[in-house]
Unconditional design. Structure first.
Length: 125
């Protein structure tokens, strides 16, 4: 079960990267909320890569974080679909700003989960 969730989480991270790259024009149109979202995404990416390249990555990884990242990806894919189904000209800027702000908070929480878990594990050992 852990390996399946781990695989789904890795696939969702790659899809998340693709969706973010395709939405860069919308992200930077959204003022500070879009920039905050992009920075929080970049921080999560760095933390994920750090954990990926450390020893015993799979053993130290927490199940809750994996599910959280999967749910963030699901939320973002629905958001992505809604934006591209509405059309670029019919998108309300406040809708983009609020969703990018919510996503940024979720990404910061996901990053903090890993960092605090790593600190907790160091104290425990």
């Amino acid at each position: 079960m852990k390996k399946i969730i781990y695989s789904i989480q890795m696939v969702s991270l790659f899809l998340f990267n693709y969706l973010i790259l395709s939405m860069i024009p919308f992200i930077f149109e959204s003022n500070w909320q879009g920039i905050f979202f992009f920075l929080s995404y970049f921080i999560l990416l760095i933390v994920e890569l750090f954990f990926l390249f450390t020893k015993n990555y799979f053993d130290r990884y927490i199940f809750i974080h994996q599910l959280f990242v999967i749910f963030i990806m699901m939320y973002f894919s629905v958001f992505y679909y809604k934006i591209y189904s509405i059309g670029k000209n019919n998108i309300d800027l406040s809708y983009l700003q609020m969703n990018y702000f919510y996503m940024a908070i979720l990404l910061v929480i996901a990053s903090c989960m890993l960092i605090f878990y790593k600190k907790f594990q160091k104290k425990k050992v």
